[in-house]
Design a binder for this molecule. Structure first.
Ligand SMILES: *Cc1c(COP(=O)(O)O)cnc(C)c1O
Length: 464
């Protein structure tokens, strides 16, 4: 399997080089040259597999044996050893036709751990076997940073710098990132919002000289390996539904920001997983909802909501989907992305919009709806939803049809977002791993949203 760019200007690359490249050198995103098909027979066999075995089965379709099987197996096993659930991603039935897929049993209590624990192992492996210098650089709306730091803190040969929006992440997210005292971790708290942080990162990765000189590696979902690691739990969830429910139309409801998680679901669907619809749930930052309902993709005004990890206006992975929507035509994608850059919006044709709506539905939950759903589910089912998952449940309720089953991805544990939970009047107990964070010392540099200052900090940290 080779990998190419959505903008068509990068020579085809192998799996490891694709992961190391992160953002494609032509400014696009890397994608597999063709998507491997999974047959019904294979799916049937996969029912017997553990989460880790399923991970290996799916990865083997993409990784060309570039990593020897035994090494890969050991990496995957170490990645998921830190999860509090042996199942990694348990499927929980809330009501008839309604499941949640719990993705928050990793070390930092959000779904980002599922892919980032593996990426930490991957970079460590590449550093050891190829002698590559690894300087991870990323922007976070809170959860990616925490998970990435947890994945590589203290690992030899790796340095990690994370930009997060100053005081726009939850307290627990901030603590998870800044209480890592290891020398190889730098937290920059940027006086701006997530889109500002992501913009600086994208510019630094697009500066190929800077990227090469400082050995920059990506952990954001611009990196294909993250997308791939996340497809595993879509398969796992489907295979663990009650047998009768597998016969129904199965929808996945995905709390979304950067379009990474839902793109993983799209990839699973394209591989042959029988998914009826992918339902995109957002909060009041609803660019994706507007796109699916009107065909116009235009970043709007940034809003701070109860689900800060989805406070995003520019959804990086949208470009990957656009590539498939345009019939894998890199020229068309490049033209659209240029237009987005120069005019600030793009509009797809009515025929294309029809195809979007055959695969997706989307709903942006308001702040009040989110809190109402949290309170109601706690009362009716005893299940405490985090605010991101609650946006997902709101979308589920809006779109669930006759004869359909919905699996809502529970992307975070409620203890991570107690600011929102407290507003519902519910008092929750924190898991020990979270309550102990409050007594630790924080390490972070607060900086202006100023690319030069950020670069100065990074260069000083890299020491070259
Ligand atoms: C990152 C995140 C999301 C959004 O995922 P994307 O892949 O960016 O769409 C949703 N919920 C939580 C809790 C997150 O951390």
């Amino acid at each position: 399997m080779k990998y190419i760019s959505t903008r068509g200007q990068v020579e085809a690359k192998g799996f490891v080089d694709t992961v190391l490249m992160g953002l494609a050198d032509d400014g696009g995103l890397m994608i597999p040259q063709e998507i491997p098909a999974v047959t019904a027979g294979q799916l049937e066999q996969w029912k017997k597999l553990s989460y880790e075995e399923l991970f290996l089965a799916i990865f083997s379709l993409y990784s060309n044996d570039e990593i020897p099987a035994d090494d890969l197996k050991a990496m995957v096993s170490r990645s998921y050893a830190s999860f509090r659930s042996p199942e990694v991603a348990p499927v929980v039935k809330l009501k008839d036709n309604q499941y949640v897929l719990e993705l928050f049993h990793g070390p930092t209590f959000a779904f980002k751990d599922v892919a980032l624990q593996y990426i930490g192992e991957f970079y460590s492996y590449v550093s050891r076997t190829r002698g590559e210098i690894i300087h991870i650089l990323g922007a976070t709306s809170g959860d990616t940073g925490a998970a990435a730091i947890q994945g590589v803190r203290g690992k030899e040969g790796i340095k990690i710098s994370i930009l997060h929006p100053h005081q726009k992440v939850s307290k627990v997210q901030e603590l998870q990132m800044t209480t890592a005292a290891d020398d190889n971790v730098l937290n920059l708290s940027v006086k701006g919002n997530f889109d500002d942080c992501q913009k600086v990162i994208k510019e630094l990765f697009a500066d190929l000289d800077f990227k090469a000189k400082h050995h920059l590696r990506a952990i954001n979902s611009i990196n294909f390996v993250r997308i791939l690691a996340q497809t595993v739990y879509y398969f796992y969830a489907y295979l663990h539904l009650e047998a009768a429910d597998q016969q129904k139309k199965v929808n996945f409801i995905v709390p979304s920001g950067n379009f990474g998680n839902v793109f993983s679901g799209y990839l699973a669907k394209k591989m042959g997983l029988p998914v009826h619809k992918l339902i995109i749930a957002t909060n009041e930052n609803n660019i994706l909802e507007r796109f699916v309902t009107t065909g116009e993709y235009q970043p709007g005004e940034f809003k701070s909501t109860h689900s800060p990890s989805m406070d995003i206006q520019v959804a990086s992975n949208f470009e990957r989907y656009l590539y498939y929507l345009m019939g894998e035509d890199a020229t068309k994608v490049s033209a659209y992305m240029n237009q987005l850059q120069t005019e600030g919006r793009i509009v797809i044709s009515p025929e294309d919009l029809k195809r979007v709506q055959e695969e997706f539905a989307a709903y942006g939950a308001g702040n009040d709806e989110c809190l109402e759903v949290i309170g109601r589910y706690q009362k009716d089912t005893g299940y405490l939803l985090d605010p991101h998952t609650a946006c997902g449940i709101t979308a589920y309720e809006r779109f669930s049809g006759e004869g359909e089953v919905g699996i809502t991805l529970a992307t975070a544990h409620p203890a991570k977002f107690d600011e929102a939970i407290a507003l519902t009047g519910i008092k929750q107990e924190f898991p020990e791993e979270i309550s102990q964070l409050f007594s630790k010392t924080q390490h972070q540099e607060v900086v202006d949203f100023d690319k030069e200052e950020i670069v100065r900090q990074l260069v000083a940290f890299y020491g070259n």
